[in-house]
Design a protein around this ligand. Structure first.
Ligand SMILES: *Cc1c(COP(=O)(O)O)cnc(C)c1O
Length: 662
C-alpha cells in the first residue's frame, strides 16, 4: 500500500460552517431575533432586565422594556476601548435598586391587602455578596425602605457596622459567636443601631446575658428555631433536626425559663429560622412558615415581648425560566409575600397574638440578577465535518472500506442500520489501532470518516420521522468544544460544585442562526472546568449542549455571557490554576447612555501569587540569577536576558486571564 495514493485528509479543525448546515432548521435568512430569544429562554429568565434588541444584541433594561436600555455588546466593546479586560464582571446597580423596591412593594401590598398590623423590614445577608461597592449601593438604595443588613460572622459584623447608617434598618447577628463578637454588637446599640443578636446555639445565650451585664447594656435577643419542616432543592440541609444551627423545642423552652429567672424575658424580641437557599416550591415555604408561626405564638404566650419574626432567606430565583425544578421557582415575589403575610395573620389571630413585624433575609433574590460575566471564545475544537476524506479503495484495510460503504449507501431508509454500524466502527477503529492493524494515518482517516458519516446522517435523521434518539445522540457526538477565556471555578463555582444551572448565551449576532451545538470549556486544566448544562426551552429540562454561532480563530471576537451570577459566585470563587478575580465594573444606566461608576481591576498575577506565599521581588531575583549564570556560560546574550526579565516582570503585573497582544 503506497502512502502517496492513499493519504487521507486529516480531520479538519476550525472549519467555518457553510450557510446551510445540518443543525440549521431554517435557511439562514429566515432567522429572527425572536427565534434566538426563544431558544435561549431570555424572555423567561431575563425577568424583563435582559432581552434581545433589534440589532440582535443582548440589551439590559433594569426598568423593564419601557425603561432605558443599554446594548451589552456595545458596552463590552467600549469597556475594552477603555482598557478594561475580558473576562469582565459587569454589574448593574439599577437592577439591585429595582429588586430591593420590588420586594418591598410586594410586602407593602400584601400587608395592605390583608390589613396586616405588623410592618415589613427587609434585611440583606451580606454573605451572598460582600463586595464593598455593592453593599454600599444596597444601603443607599434601601434607605427609603429601611433595608437592614445581616451578618453571619465576626468579620461580617465589622463590615456591617462600617456601612450601615439608616437608623430604621435592622441589623441581625447570626452565626458562631464569641465574646468579642457579642460585646461589639452590644456596644453598637450605643451608636443608635437596632441590632438583634440571634442565639444560634444554646451556649450563646449565657454569653450574651453575661456580656450585657458586664457592659450594662440590655441585649435584644433572637432565637433561631430548628424547624422540622424541610425545604426542598439543593440546599435542604439548612433545616431539620440535624441542621447545624438553631435551637430545638426543648432548648427554646429552657432558654425562656433561663431568661425568666434573670428577669430578662423582655429581651427576647425575635424568632428566626432559615430553611435553606433557593427554595423551589411555595409549598415548602408555607409549611415551614406555619411551624415557625406556632413557635412565635407560643413564645409570645410564654411571656416574651416578641416583636419580630425573621423568616430567613430562601426566596428563589428563576435561573432557567421554566417555573419548575431546582433551578427555578414555582412562585412569584408577590405570591411569596402574600403567603408569608397571610399565614402569619391566620395563625396569630387564631391564638390572639399581635401580628409581628416581618423580617426577611432574602439575599439571592436581591442580587442574583444584577451581574453578568462576559468572556470571549478563544478557539473551537470543531468536530463538525462536511467533506469526507479521500475515498477508500480495495487496497485499504477492511474497516476503511466498510466505512466508505456506509457513507456511500446511507439513505433515510437504512438510517437505523447505518447508525448501529457507525457506532461499531468507533470501537473498531480504536481496537485495530491498538493492535497494530491500522497505522496512525489510517486511524486519522477513520476518525475523519466517522464525523463525515455522522454529519450526513444527522442531516437525514432530522427530516426523517421517529429518529429523535438518533438525532440527540448524533448532536452530542458532533458537538463542538468552545474554549473560553474564563474560569468556572472563579466565576461560576456553583455550576461545578452543585451543578447549578446558569443562563448562558452569546451577547450578539442574534440576527443569525446559532447553528452549532457546543459545550464550553474554561482555561483551567481541570477536566471539570466546563459548562455542560444548559436550558432546553423546548422541554423545560436540562440539555448538555448550547446552541452557538460558528467561530474560528481569527474571526471577529465572539462574546458569551453567563447571566444571573450576582449571588454567591464571587465570594465562593477560588483560585484554581491561579486564575484570579476578573475585572469588574459598575454601570449605571442614564437617559443618554451610561456611566462607569466604579472599575475594580481584577487580580494581577503577583497578587494571586501572594496567596500562595510567593513574593515578587524574590521571584524576579531568582530568575535574574539564573540568567547571570547563563550569561557566564555563554548560553544567553545580555540582550536576551534583559528581554526574558522584561517578559517575566510584565507577566507578574498582568491579568491572570488571556490577554490580546497589543
Ligand atoms: C445564607 C443565608 C440567607 C440568605 O439566603 P438566600 O437564599 O440567599 O436568600 C439568609 N439567612 C441565613 C441565616 C443564611 O444563612
Amino acid at each position: 500500500m503506497s502512502l502517496e495514493t492513499n493519504t487521507p485528509n486529516p480531520p479538519s479543525v476550525n472549519k467555518s460552517a457553510p450557510a446551510t448546515h445540518a443543525f440549521a432548521k431554517t435557511t439562514a435568512n429566515q432567522w429572527t431575533v425572536e427565534d434566538s430569544a426563544k431558544i435561549y429562554g431570555i424572555n423567561n429568565w431575563g425577568n424583563g432586565y435582559f432581552r434581545i434588541n433589534n440589532d440582535g444584541n443582548v440589551a439590559v433594561t433594569p426598568k423593564g422594556a419601557k425603561g432605558n436600555s443599554l446594548d451589552l455588546y456595545e458596552l463590552t466593546q467600549e469597556l475594552q476601548d477603555r482598557g478594561i479586560r475580558v473576562p469582565i464582571m459587569i454589574r448593574f446597580p439599577d437592577i439591585i435598586n429595582e429588586r430591593v423596591h420590588l420586594l418591598h412593594r410586594c410586602f407593602q401590598k400584601a400587608i395592605a391587602d390583608h390589613s396586616y398590623a405588623g410592618q415589613y423590614r427587609g434585611v440583606y445577608p451580606i454573605k451572598v455578596n460582600q463586595q464593598r461597592h455593592l453593599v454600599q449601593e444596597l444601603v443607599k438604595f434601601g434607605r427609603d425602605v429601611n433595608l437592614g443588613l445581616e451578618c453571619g460572622s465576626k468579620p461580617e459584623l465589622l463590615v456591617v457596622l462600617s456601612l450601615m447608617n439608616s437608623p430604621e434598618g435592622v441589623i441581625i447577628c447570626n452565626g458562631f459567636k464569641d465574646v468579642e463578637y457579642i460585646e461589639t454588637a452590644l456596644l453598637a446599640q450605643k451608636i443608635g443601631r437596632e441590632i438583634i443578636i440571634v442565639v444560634d446555639r444554646k451556649d450563646e445565650l449565657k454569653l450574651i446575658v453575661d456580656a450585657g451585664k458586664k457592659l450594662n447594656i440590655k441585649p435584644k435577643i433572637g432565637f433561631r428555631a430548628k424547624l422540622n419542616t424541610q425545604g426542598a432543592g439543593k440546599w435542604v440541609d439548612s433545616a431539620g433536626a440535624r441542621s447545624k444551627f438553631g435551637l430545638t423545642a426543648m432548648e427554646i423552652v429552657e432558654g425562656v425559663e433561663y431568661l425568666r429567672k434573670l428577669n430578662m424575658l423582655d429581651c427576647l424580641e425575635l424568632l428566626h429560622y432559615h430553611i435553606g437557599s433557593q427554595v423551589p416550591s411555595i409549598q415548602s415555604i408555607k409549611s415551614s412558615l406555619r411551624e415557625a408561626a406556632r413557635f412565635y405564638t407560643e413564645l409570645y404566650n410564654l411571656g416574651a415581648k416578641m416583636k419580630y419574626i425573621d423568616v430567613g432567606g430562601g426566596l428563589g430565583v428563576d435561573y432557567d425560566g421554566s417555573g419548575m425544578g431546582d433551578s427555578s421557582v414555582n412562585y412569584s415575589e408577590q405570591e411569596y409575600a402574600n403567603d408569608v403575610v397571610s399565614t402569619l395573620q391566620v395563625l396569630c389571630d387564631e391564638k390572639g397574638v399581635p401580628h409581628p413585624n416581618i423580617v426577611t433575609e432574602s439575599g439571592r433574590a436581591l442580587v442574583a440578577h444584577h451581574s453578568v460575566l462576559v468572556f470571549n471564545v478563544m478557539g473551537v475544537n470543531n468536530l463538525f465535518q462536511q467533506d469526507p476524506p479521500a475515498t477508500a479503495t480495495k487496497k485499504d484495510p477492511a474497516l476503511m472500506q466498510e466505512m466508505q460503504y456506509v457513507f456511500d449507501k446511507l439513505t433515510s431508509e437504512n438510517l437505523n442500520e447505518c447508525f448501529n454500524d457507525l457506532m461499531q466502527t468507533k470501537t473498531e477503529t480504536l481496537n485495530q489501532f491498538t493492535y497494530g492493524v491500522l497505522n496512525l494515518t489510517q486511524r486519522a482517516w477513520c476518525e475523519s470518516m466517522f464525523f463525515a458519516i455522522a454529519t450526513k446522517m444527522l442531516a437525514l435523521a432530522q427530516v426523517t420521522p421517529d429518529c429523535d434518539d438518533i438525532v440527540a445522540e448524533l448532536r452530542e457526538k458532533l458537538c463542538d468544544t468552545y474554549f473560553c477565556n474564563f474560569s468556572v471555578f472563579q466565576s461560576v463555582p456553583d455550576s461545578w460544585a452543585v451543578g447549578q444551572l446558569f443562563p448562558v448565551m452569546p451577547i450578539h449576532n442574534h440576527k443569525n442562526e446559532p447553528c452549532h451545538e457546543a459545550t464550553l470549556a474554561d482555561l483551567t486544566c481541570d477536566s471539570d472546568g466546563k459548562i455542560e448544562k444548559f436550558i432546553d426551552t423546548e422541554t423545560g429540562e436540562v440539555k448538555k449542549t448550547l446552541r452557538i454561532h460558528p467561530f474560528k480563530e481569527g474571526d471577529a471576537p465572539y462574546f458569551l455571557g453567563v447571566f444571573l451570577t450576582g449571588a454567591y459566585q464571587e465570594i465562593l470563587g477560588d483560585l484554581h490554576n491561579l486564575f484570579g478575580d476578573t475585572d469588574a465594573v459598575h454601570i449605571s444606566i442614564t437617559e443618554s447612555g451610561y456611566t462607569v461608576d466604579h472599575y475594580v481591576p481584577g487580580d494581577t498575577v503577583t497578587e494571586v501569587l501572594t496567596y500562595v506565599q510567593f513574593g515578587r521581588a524574590e521571584m524576579v531575583d531568582n530568575v535574574r540569577q539564573f540568567t547571570e549564570e547563563s550569561i557566564a556560560s555563554g548560553n544567553i546574550t545580555k540582550q536576551e536576558a534583559k528581554n526574558l526579565i522584561r517578559h517575566y516582570e510584565e507577566g507578574l503585573s498582568g491579568y491572570t486571564y488571556l490577554e490580546e497582544m497589543e
